[in-house]
Write a protein that binds this ligand. Structure first.
Ligand SMILES: O=P(O)(O)O[C@H]1O[C@H](CO)[C@@H](O)[C@H]1O
Ligand SMILES: O=c1cc[nH]c(=O)[nH]1
Length: 237
């Protein structure tokens, strides 16, 4: 079923088997412009930019997911199911729940806890925590070690809500569930990978900290989270 309602490329070979997936389309463009050679753009539907190119001579794609679980749910499903993509690595920003994760620190999501109904509605999953792929995680850990970039390997919170009326609720989520940071997509991505027999991982850069109130600018979130990009790009094949 290609093209799909949301991805326009007609030849599935134009998308690599491994796709890096930031939420922000301009972060996808930044990665293609900054790190890839021989770049070919394969999607612009809804301004969700997708590119394939070479990194150190190895092939990889990068495509935005948009924000939130419904959005990454659509794009990751179509890539896995209809474009034969095997691996998706989300590269996102997150809000720290503890001073232990500082601005610009990189977190590898061991698993994602969520109150979202995404996995239950999509495939009847009754749990509230889903793991990333251990194989992809190990490759990312190896890459980070080789690059000398320290990473935290922790549980994260995937939330459907960016602005909560109860702005202190994160303290309870940190205490009760052990989530060190919040983002909005990994739980749905991990679920889709699981039901489709594919691999998914999630690297995050701390863009703000709810406890210390420090934050980065929108421009920094788009262009300067390069450590996680360099780690993820090492998965190029
Ligand atoms: O920077 P990205 O990858 O978009 O990730 C985070 O930023 C957005 C919210 O500002 C949400 O998508 C959240 O998951
Ligand atoms: O989902 C997110 C992403 C970054 N920062 C937050 O506070 N929440």
């Amino acid at each position: 079923m290609i093209p799909t309602p949301h991805i326009e490329v007609r030849n599935k070979d134009e998308i690599a088997k491994t796709v890096l997936m930031p939420g922000d389309p301009l972060r996808a463009k930044f990665i293609a412009d900054t790190f890839l050679t021989d770049v070919k753009q394969f999607n612009s539907v809804r301004n969700i930019f997708g590119y394939t190119g070479n990194y150190k001579g190895r092939r990889i794609s990068v495509m935005a997911s948009g924000m939130g679980m419904p959005s990454i749910g659509i794009y990751s499903y179509e890539l896995f199911k209809f474009y034969d993509v095997e691996n998706i690595v989300r590269i996102g920003s997150c809000g720290g729940y503890t001073p232990d994760v500082k601005l610009y620190d990189v977190i590898l999501a061991k698993d994602a806890w969520s109150e979202s109904s995404y996995a239950k509605v999509q495939g009847g999953y009754e749990g509230d925590t889903i793991e990333g792929s251990p194989e992809l995680n190990q490759k990312l850990i190896n890459a980070a070690n080789e690059l000398g970039i320290p990473i935290h390997i922790e549980r994260i919170h995937s939330s459907d809500v960016f602005y909560r009326e109860n702005s202190g609720e994160y303290k309870e989520i940190f205490k009760k569930h052990g989530c060190v940071a919040v983002e909005m997509e990994a739980f749905a991505l991990f679920h889709n990978a699981k039901v489709l027999g594919k691999n998914a991982a999630c690297l995050l850069t701390v863009s703000d900290n709810l406890e210390t109130r420090e934050e980065t600018t929108a421009e920094e979130r788009q262009n300067s989270f390069t450590n996680m990009m360099k780690i993820a790009l090492e998965l190029a094949e």
